[in-house]
Design a protein around this ligand. Structure first.
Ligand code: BES
Ligand code: MN
Ligand code: ZN
Length: 509
């Protein structure tokens, strides 16, 4: 992951392998325009004129010759033939000025990441002058897009195809606003990378005890304290859901509690993460293809670790409690059976009719545990249902809450981060689908009927009355099978940046 510096120096003075110049596309041609005519050349951003003079190239003519239109993510490559220290100039399209927002900058920056994977250093300027984009936001988005796009998980590759970009210098605008934006973007993107590394790790190497150790290492030396409950402590404490899911595996379950408690914090937020380190379905076994990506079923727990540690690095004035419910869902002679009943930490009994609806079982205890800390608000993050993928696809996550203020705060943060969320209802009358013949509730509703909502209604039973709570179903967005924009294949890091934006904005509910 590259490191960033901000300097007031001219771009032409940069000692870098590549110089990148932002370009804004010309407005669309009107209807009667001559289609045969040359398309208008994009407007080149700050530093372009001096650079053109230094390399003695008419950049506008080059753009025309290359048919470069400045659309978002388009890149023109122009060699400098020894005229300046950089051997290459990249002209990077930001799209039309009326559409220029943080998301466009992130996408353009990710295209720059793709174009610089074999280079060591880059110098650039931040696009200025867009009406709806303040310099700090533009700088943050640029750094996020570049770092997210340059992310690689190459730990298990013998011939590494590491992204080689090490240094990025942002020229021309060494204001505090730009400096702050760069720093924020860097911390947000590195937090996403923490979650992505955990999600991408093979399940064999992150079983619950090892996962807990790794979290210990991650928080070591930070302002985050950690407590780990092992299987004996969970048994003593009545964490029946985590025990029930974990008992099919040789690797015992864990509950990890993180605490960041800065002096003077007025709000206390609890973040709860589903941490199924592998979801085979248990005795209600999944198909082979159904479990192919199920190492990602701890994406919620990964997002909690990444968010809490980044919040501490940012010194956000919010108290945070993070709760990770870690278990491996495996079939075996010791596994829970369909029809078994467990008692959750809050005393409610649950009939488990499908062992593949396991996330809600570990979360039942984790939500009860978080409630005991008496936070002002609880948000849980869980790769909970395939149904949310049916409803919203792989690029939009579900938000379920009874609290309009909390929904609005999370949706606003999601607009800022570009990690899209959509609110789904939590109708009380659907609760009747969770009625059990033998226990207080059962863990599934009717097959194929409102699966995501039923999951949310189940979880609601374990949050103490009066605490505003939201459930984020991230089954679709925590993982991507495709590369697009600044998203790369594998773990996406969602919704870490959204949570950081929400916490930075005061975690309103
Ligand atoms: N981890 C899965 C949900 C999931 C599916 C995440 C696809 C990511 C991609 C979850 O534990 C699960 O198996 N849910 C079941 C619930 C059902 C049995 C009520 C599902 O969605 O089929
Ligand atoms: Mn499952
Ligand atoms: Zn699962």
């Amino acid at each position: 992951m590259p490191t960033f510096e901000v300097t007031a120096a001219e771009l032409t003075a940069a000692e870098a392998d590549v110089v990148a110049i932002p370009a804004v596309a010309a407005p669309s041609l009107d209807e009667d325009a001559d289609e045969q005519a040359d398309p208008p050349v994009p407007t080149l951003g700050p530093g372009a004129e001096q650079l053109a003079a230094a390399i003695d190239v008419d950049l506008g003519a080059e753009c025309r010759a290359l048919r470069f239109d400045g659309s978002v993510g388009s890149v023109a490559r122009i060699p400098t033939r020894g005229a300046i220290p950089a051997s290459l100039v990249l002209i990077v399209g930001l799209g039309k000025s009326e559409d220029l927002d943080a998301e466009a900058v992130r996408k353009a920056a990710a295209a720059v990441a793709d174009a610089t994977s074999r280079q060591r250093s880059m110098a650039t300027t931040i696009p200025a002058g867009a009406d709806r984009l303040e310099p700090a936001r533009a700088a943050q988005a640029f750094v996020e897009g570049l770092s997210l796009g340059a992310y690689r998980f190459s730990h298990y590759k013998s011939k590494t195809d590491e992204h080689r970009l090490e240094q990025v210098a942002v020229h021309g605008t060494a204001t505090d606003a730009v400096g702050d934006g760069v720093r924020t973007g860097d911390i947000h993107a590195r937090a996403a990378a923490v979650a992505r590394d955990l999600v991408n790790e093979p399940a064999a190497n992150k079983r619950p005890p090892g996962f807990a150790d790794r979290v210990r290492t991650l928080v070591d030396g930070t302002d985050v304290d950690i407590t780990v409950l092992d299987e004996a402590a969970l048994e003593r404490g009545g964490y029946g859901g985590i025990i029930a899911v974990g008992k099919g595996s040789e690797a015992p379950p864990r509950l990890v509690e993180l605490s960041y408690a800065p002096d003077g914090a007025e709000r206390h937020v609890a973040l709860v993460g589903k941490g199924i380190t592998f979801d085979s379905g248990g005795l209600s076994l999944k198909s082979g293809s159904g479990m192919m990506t199920m190492k990602m079923d701890m994406g919620g727990a990964a997002a909690v670790v990444a968010t809490v540690t980044a919040a501490a690095e940012l010194q956000l004035p919010v108290r945070l409690t993070g709760v990770l419910a870690l278990a491996e869902n495996m079939p075996s002679a010791t596994a829970q059976r369909p029809g078994d009943v467990y008692t959750a930490r809050n005393g409610k009994t649950v009939e488990v009719l499908n062992t593949d609806a396991e996330g809600r079982l570990v979360l039942s205890d984790a939500l009860a545990h978080a409630s005991e800390r008496q936070p002002d608000v609880v948000v849980d993050l869980a790769t909970l249902t395939g149904a949310v993928v049916v409803a919203l696809g792989n690029r939009i996550g579900g938000v379920l809450t009874d609290h309009d203020g909390l929904a609005d705060g999370l949706l606003a943060a999601s607009q800022t981060s570009g990690e899209r969320l959509w609110r789904l209802p939590l109708p009380d009358d659907y609760r009747e689908d969770l009625k059990s013949e033998v226990a207080d509730l059962k863990n599934i509703g009717q097959q194929g009927v409102a699966g995501t909502i039923i999951g949310g209604l189940f979880l609601k039973e374990f949050v103490a009355d009066g605490i505003p709570w939201a459930h984020l179903d991230i089954a679709g967005i925590a993982w991507s099978d495709k590369q697009y924009g600044y998203v790369r294949k594998g773990g996406t890091g969602a919704p870490v940046r959204t949570l950081l934006e929400w916490l930075t904005a005061g975690a309103g509910a």
